[in-house]
Design a binder for this molecule. Structure first.
Ligand SMILES: Cc1cc2nc3c(=O)[nH]c(=O)nc-3n(C[C@H](O)[C@H](O)[C@H](O)COP(=O)(O)OP(=O)(O)OC[C@H]3O[C@@H](n4cnc5c(N)ncnc54)[C@H](O)[C@@H]3O)c2cc1C
Length: 475
């Protein structure tokens, strides 16, 4: 795709914007179209990136509202940025070219949870934690569990292909997506997939939509696959004597044919940040948290206990089945984000992923990169599936060029190990400069052709990774 095709829609004549807002207000009613002073929160998400204010926020309450908004935006060439919970880490929901934020949080409600079909049909504005609670009440289970589950919404989860600790065993949101109703960027209604648990019939466009970050269409209804709720869950916190020791213990657990739902890792630097706020056992330097779902988890506990007791790298092990005790074992992981903010003024948190067996090598890369560029770092994340949250920390602005160099080196090292820029947060604006290093010219052209087919005028989420090659650089 050429730059000309990728250019954001030529909004920006203020007169066109004003005319579009008048048309939107007339079509939707003034209560659904906000403008003026209240725009500031909509130019932020949970990423550190700056953004201009949008020209308006449309609070869509129905599929018709979404379609009307897209139709008018096409007519006047105004950008539209779909938005759900606004917890994204990559700036994907920011209105880089102004225009309309299409807020889907009012497009909410769990329409159906079916025990018979093992499916849930939800609107995009349903908060993930509410779906979890509704499923649990019915003895059912929806596995994806990004740590933001109290505020992120299913529309955002589908659009980012969100993961979380349990993605190790169960996979990310895409693995649970059976169908999605979409209003495309061109304004067409599309019903993709449905409630069957399998289908082999043509291109599976719902799977393409997952992870498309609001660049192809707006999800208005989502059909998800469910499981029966596991009868029991065992959580095990394994304090290890060192980072390499923790890596060795993780490898030993997996080699012994355990199948944890998640296997989380906190490196020594991360543990140091929370030390003092929480009880860290004597000699405990790095931490693994493993969780097992199923029946008879006491058998797993015993077998795992036997294995761990023979490992010199293991310092202390705590295990729990009771929900409140299990939650306490997650305390260190939960305390992390706030504790890190207390020790540094700025941080950038990446979510690179490498093949599982290369996670230890990537940790070595991070140590080397931190030393070379003299940047403070800490790493935690999903050791089970090689998806590591590498954090670079800094206090003064004059350190920033070194942080940028470290970030570049991290992405290069990740790709050199056969990895990907993102395991779960997506590309957004954060990783646009490295996109071409992961995706060949042919792949980028194919992706651009999809974008053009779904969103011919390029009104949806312009300036992001699907916005063409201008911002991409070859490594
Ligand atoms: C404390 C914290 C912990 C986190 N932990 C995790 C984690 O463990 N795993 C993980 O994967 N992520 C995590 N995240 C990142 C974030 O929560 C996820 O990316 C989440 O899926 C974003 O959902 P949202 O509803 O906030 O979407 P938003 O931020 O509103 O939007 C994200 C993207 O989705 C698009 N979008 C939103 N709604 C729609 C729609 N209806 N149709 C089409 N596109 C749409 C937007 O345009 C944007 O591109 C975390 C974030 C925070 C703040």
């Amino acid at each position: 795709m050429t730059d000309a095709q990728q250019a954001p829609p030529a909004t920006s004549a203020p007169s066109a914007t004003r005319a579009a807002l008048r048309a939107l207000t007339a079509a939707l009613g003034p209560s659904k179209v906000a403008t003026g002073d209240a725009m500031l929160p909509w130019s932020r998400d949970d990423s550190p990136y700056p953004s201009p204010l949008p020209d308006a926020v449309v609070h869509a309450a129905s599929e018709d509202d979404v379609q009307t908004t897209i139709r008018i935006a096409n007519e006047y060439n105004i950008p539209v940025v779909p938005r759900a919970g606004g917890t994204g880490r990559t700036g994907a929901a920011l209105p880089l070219h102004g225009g309309i934020i299409l807020a889907t949080d009012s497009l909410s409600g769990i329409e159906e949870i079916s025990k018979e079909d093992l499916t849930a049909v939800v609107r995009p504005g349903v908060v993930l934690g509410d779906l979890h609670a509704a499923c649990t009440e019915m003895g059912l289970f929806y596995p994806p569990d990004p740590s933001s589950l109290g505020t992120c919404m299913l529309g955002g989860n589908v659009a980012t292909n969100a993961g979380g600790p349990r993605a190790f065993l169960y996979g990310s949101t895409r693995s649970w997506l059976l169908g999605v109703d979409v209003i495309t960027g061109g304004g067409e209604r599309l019903v993709l997939g449905g409630k069957t648990r399998k289908r082999s019939s043509g291109y599976e466009l719902s799977q393409l939509f997952a992870g498309s970050e609001g660049t192809l269409g707006v999800a208005t209804r989502i059909t998800l696959k469910l499981l029966p709720k596991p009868p029991e869950t065992l959580t095990v916190a394994i304090w290890c004597r060192s980072d390499p020791g923790a890596a060795a213990v993780a490898a030993t657990i997996l080699a012994a044919r355990f199948s944890p739902a998640c296997l989380e890792f906190l490196d020594e630097r991360t543990v140091d940040v929370v030390r003092g706020e929480l009880v860290v056992p004597e000699g405990g330097r790095a931490l693994l948290i493993a969780e097992f779902d199923g029946e008879g988890v006491e058998v797993i506990a015993e077998r795992l206990g036997n294995l761990l007791s023979g490992l010199p790298d293991v310092c202390v092990v705590h295990a729990a089945v009771d929900p409140s005790r299990r939650e306490a074992l997650w305390g260190v992981r939960r305390a992390l984000s706030l504790a890190t903010r207390r020790v540094t003024r700025h941080k950038i948190s990446e979510d690179v992923v490498v093949p599982r067996g290369s996670a230890g090598a990537l940790l070595d890369d991070v140590a080397r990169i931190g030393e070379l560029h003299r940047v403070r770092h800490l790493t935690y994340g999903h050791a089970g599936d090689g998806n590591l949250h590498v954090n670079f920390l800094w206090n003064d602005e004059d350190e920033k060029p070194r942080v940028d160099a470290a970030l570049d080196a991290l992405f290069r090292a990740t790709l050199a190990r056969g990895g990907s820029l993102s395991g779960e947060h997506g590309i957004g604006i954060a990783k646009v400069p490295w996109f071409a290093a992961e995706h060949s010219a042919t792949s980028r052209a194919l992706q651009a052709a999809h974008k053009a087919a779904w969103d011919p005028k390029g009104i949806l989420n312009p300036g992001k990774w699907a916005g063409g090659d201008r911002n991409h650089r070859e490594c």
